[in-house]
Design a protein. Structure first.
Length: 240
């Protein structure tokens, strides 16, 4: 358990990523930030994409390729080793590609990083039947939790609060205690939903401050040593 908050710049190294990974980001707060952080830190040819939707203003300094052919994508990667790819843009939303497309790209490039879930910018969620959209060749599933959900009232800080409450065995008006959060994180109908049997599973708590440490220590006890928890300090944009 890595409970001491780490800098976002240490993300790829902390996750212990190899030279060929398909990383799927699911859950709540921080997915897009982690997507672009991994794009900046991974070596080789990297595709960043989504299988759901993301804000079309979330570019991370990249130009966008829309539904490129494999030849066009590989040509673009020769010029710039990290490419952001969407299917199309509609009504200020970037629409994602099919998970099978991510699986195919994984056979062509070094790394694919996928935002495989949506949460309407809420810090935590539990999926419905059609969520998340995880590529079958995923090697690492990262369940994201925004720190503002820790100990908060379920109905106030969770998307799909009915699903969170059902999996946590509590009411939507109850608080998300460490034990309740652990139940959702470890459930195959919760944060682990869609995780391929061979994939590694990690919990990433984003925006962690000193005031959260007692909560996280209790969470670690409920989750156990089999699942890695990484805590990421609040992101501070560089001073220009």
């Amino acid at each position: 358990m890595l409970l001491e908050p780490l800098s976002l710049s240490a993300l790829a190294a902390t996750l212990g990523l190899g030279d060929h990974e398909l990383v799927s980001l699911v859950g709540g707060g921080g997915k897009t930030t982690l997507l672009f952080a991994l794009g900046a830190q991974l070596e080789g040819k990297v595709v960043l994409t989504t299988t759901t939707k993301m804000g079309s203003d979330r570019l991370g300094g990249h130009k966008v390729l829309l539904s490129p052919s494999d030849d066009l994508l590989l040509g673009a990667l020769e010029e710039r080793s990290v490419q952001l790819v969407w299917r199309e843009v509609a009504e200020h939303k970037a629409l994602g590609v099919a998970p099978e497309v991510c699986d195919r790209w994984f056979g062509l490039v070094d790394h694919v990083v996928v935002e495989a879930d949506g949460s309407r910018r809420m810090p935590f969620k539990a999926p419905r039947a059609y969520e998340p959209v995880v590529p079958a060749r995923t090697t690492l599933l990262v369940a994201c939790v925004g720190a503002s959900a820790l100990g908060a009232v379920v109905a106030e800080q969770c998307q799909r609060p009915d699903r969170v409450a059902a999996l946590a065995e509590c009411s939507q008006s109850d608080r998300l205690t460490p034990q309740r959060l652990a139940k959702v994180l470890l459930s195959d109908q919760g944060s682990r939903k869609g995780c391929p049997p061979s994939a590694r599973f990690v919990v990433a708590i984003n925006g962690v401050e000193a005031s959260h440490m007692a909560y996280l220590a209790e969470l670690a006890e409920h989750i156990g040593s089999a699942t890695l928890i990484i805590c990421i300090a609040p992101f501070t944009p560089p001073t220009l």
